[in-house]
Ligand binder design. Structure first.
Ligand code: IPM
Ligand code: MG
Length: 361
């Protein structure tokens, strides 16, 4: 296949980890006879430094013309970086929100998996972690509080801020359909998470999800309140297969779920629209404190590249090859600093990329 991939190296450790993912993609392309062409665009702080804005129209057009987008990470230290002296709509994160909206990436898939080889890093008690877990958080990504009207005003000398949480039934239906489709390929259970005991948007969420569920009689649906879900994730994570939820709840729960795995440096993600197009990025951030030191863990980005092959290009065999190479490297005892444990061999970012490439060839 001829594949056109737009890359967003971004900020912090972004450029280093994207470079390793490209290396791995090239190895796969060579082995299975594909041609991958990469075009880099700037986003986040890197774009602010050059263009004064976190995302340009031109960058969006480049991304749109590609078959898929592979991203590293964006953003800097929010207390020290000059980027955070800018108005909110010009900060690095606005670039990420902008591209999600511009590309209509409404479905965010964030797998949280306890890797057997890294089970020791799980912060839960062994009696809980022994069951293992493998869940997919499906987060709605272009609606809700993130994109509702917002303003800060002053009324009678009192400052007041307003954020609006809006969902229409179509926005709920399309993410619910994706969630059920994915559950069908997994263990056929959807936990829809809301706050229906308080919020109207959640009550609509619940009823639309129930309508969609009628078309999936083979998938079990349960509803869970978001506060309870936060507890259940640490009490009994094995109960979850697909967690389907709105934007803000998904932001929070996906961080919690990734922490529970103990290895956020391993977790990939995909953001999809209603075609095969998607943006793929690690679940972790830009880690500015370790940028440029060749110690970042590139595995989450490499696994994001694998998700890209699987979800955007239907190249399951190639994706399996990457996943297997990552597993093999862990079994062989290699670790970056963030997942290091006694008896293993610590390696840097580039070396980790090389070791994975060697296991693909
Ligand atoms: C994420 C991040 C973003 C979000 C930030 C950087 C705007 O936390 O991808 O989860 O809140 O969506
Ligand atoms: Mg987040």
């Amino acid at each position: 296949m001829n594949l056109k991939i737009t890359c967003i190296p971004g900020d912090g450790i972004g450029p280093e980890i994207v470079a390793e993912a490209k290396k791995v993609l090239d190895a796969v392309a060579e082995k299975y006879g594909h041609d991958m062409q990469y075009t880099d665009i700037l986003m986040g702080g890197a774009s602010i430094d050059v263009h004064g804005v976190p995302l340009t129209e031109e960058a969006v057009e480049t991304a749109k013309s590609a078959d898929a987008v592979l991203m590293g990470s964006i953003g800097g230290d929010t207390t020290t970086s000059l980027w955070y002296k800018l108005p909110p709509n010009l900060r690095p994160e606005a670039g990420l929100l902008g591209i999600r909206k511009a590309l209509n990436l409404f479905a965010n898939l964030r797998p949280a998996v306890l890797y057997e080889e890294l089970a020791g890093a799980c912060p839960l008690k062994e009696e809980i972690s022994v069951a293992g877990f493998d869940m997919m958080i499906m987060r709605e990504l272009t609606g809700g509080l993130y994109f509702g009207e917002r303003k800060t005003v002053e009324e009678n000398g009192v400052r007041k801020a307003i954020d609006t949480l809006t969902y229409d039934e179509n926005e709920i239906r399309r993410i619910a359909i994706k969630g059920f489709d994915i559950a069908r390929k997994r263990r056929k259970k959807v936990t829809s998470v809301d706050k229906a005991n308080v919020l109207d948007s959640s009550r609509l969420w619940r009823s639309v999800v129930e309508e969609v569920a009628m078309d999936y009689p083979d998938v079990t649906l349960e509803h869970m309140l978001v506060d309870n879900c936060a507890m259940q994730l640490v009490k009994d994570p094995a109960q979850f297969d697909v967690i389907l939820t709105e934007n803000m709840f998904g932001d929070i729960l996906s961080d919690e779920a990734s922490m529970v795995t103990g290895s956020i440096g391993m977790l990939a993600s995909a953001s999809l629209n209603d075609t095969k197009f998607g943006l793929y990025e690690p679940s972790h951030g830009s880690a500015p404190d370790i940028a440029g030191k060749d110690i970042a863990n590139p595995i989450a980005t490499i696994l994001s590249a694998s998700m890209m092959l699987r979800y955007s290009f239907d190249l399951d065999r190639e994706a399996d090859a990457i996943d297997a190479a990552v597993k093999q490297v862990l079994q062989d005892g290699f670790r970056t600093g963030d997942i290091m444990s006694e008896g293993c061999k610590q390696v840097g970012c580039k070396r980790m990329g090389d070791l994975i490439v060697e296991r693909i060839k």
